[in-house]
Structure formats: structure tokens, C-alpha cells
Design a protein around this ligand. Sequence first.
Ligand SMILES: [Zn+2]
Length: 200
Amino acid sequence: MAQESSSINELIDQLGRLPGIGRKSAERLAYHLLRVSKGEALALSEAIRNVRENVRYCSECFNLSEGPLCSICTDLSRDTSLLCIVEQPRDLMAMEQAGVFRGLYHVLLGRIAPLDGIGPDQLTIDELVERVRKGNFSEIIMATNPTVEGDGSALYITNQLADFPVQVSRLARGITTGSVLEHTNREILADAMSGRQRMH
Ligand SMILES: [Zn+2]
């Protein structure tokens, strides 16, 4: 097999591993990258390299960050008495884009999913409990997704926080059960935040 075709096959294989990209799309993207200017194609590979080398998890909240602490944890204008718990950095981003919350966050980096073999110890729950122990939060807001696993995670965490003198609430059910936070529009998210209900 010629050198060129094995390079192309390698690219198609790599692209095809991306979520939502089937073999046909991978081929189309690979041939697209061969047609555009070399600079444009290499800008993509450079962007991937940069994000993997420079972006890490915030040591405080586990949001994505280019430094030890993320832009939210270092923002002095945030309300440090409120802590919002989300599953993924993209959920945090959805909340921020909706502009409905001005407190701090804690990203779990997943949800408890026994069927997938994901237990509490694989998430950032220990770090969360430690933050609540040390911090002066007056309210913890559960914004896990309204799915069986998201609800189970919120309940587990509420129990872990039961001994702390802090109010725990969760987003109101404006969000349709099963829908994912990141796809929820701003109005629904704002309603869910303002109508949040006390869990503990
Ligand atoms: Zn942070």
C-alpha cells in the first residue's frame, strides 16, 4: 500500500473514532482536510495539541482551566456562599451562558452510574465534601441532569452533606425529565434555578 493512502487511512480511522462521526463523515472530513490550504489543516492539529497540552482541570472546582484555578474560581465578583453542582464542564458552560447563576461551581466529572461501573469514588465527591467542610457555603444547588443517574447522584451527595449546616436544593423540574442540561434553553434554566427546591 502506498504511503499516501496509509496516511489517509490513519486520518480516517482517527476521525471515525470521534463521537457522532461515522465512516462516511470521517472520509468526507479527511478529504476536506486535503483540499484546504496546508495552513488551515495544520491549524486544526495545532488547536488539538494546544487544548491537550494547556487545558487541565481547575484544582478547586474541576472546571476546565488553563491555569491552576479557573476563571470562575479567580473571579472576585462571584457569590462565594453559593455552590452549584454539575456533572460536566459543558453543563457549567450552559449555566454560564444562560447567566442565571453568580455563585461558584463544583464539577463532578460524571455521574454515579452503577450499570456502567461508575461509583462515587470515580467522581470528585470527596473533593466536594472537603470544600463544603472548609468553605462557608450557605446553599448547595444540585444541578445534575434530571435523569435516573443524575437524580441518584444528587441524592447520594445530599446524604454525604447531611451533617453540614448548609442548605441543599435542586433545580426545579422545569427541565423535562431526561433532557440534558446543556441543551436546555435559557428561560427554562432560569425558571429551574429560581424555582429550586430544598432537598435538605
Ligand atoms: Zn474553578
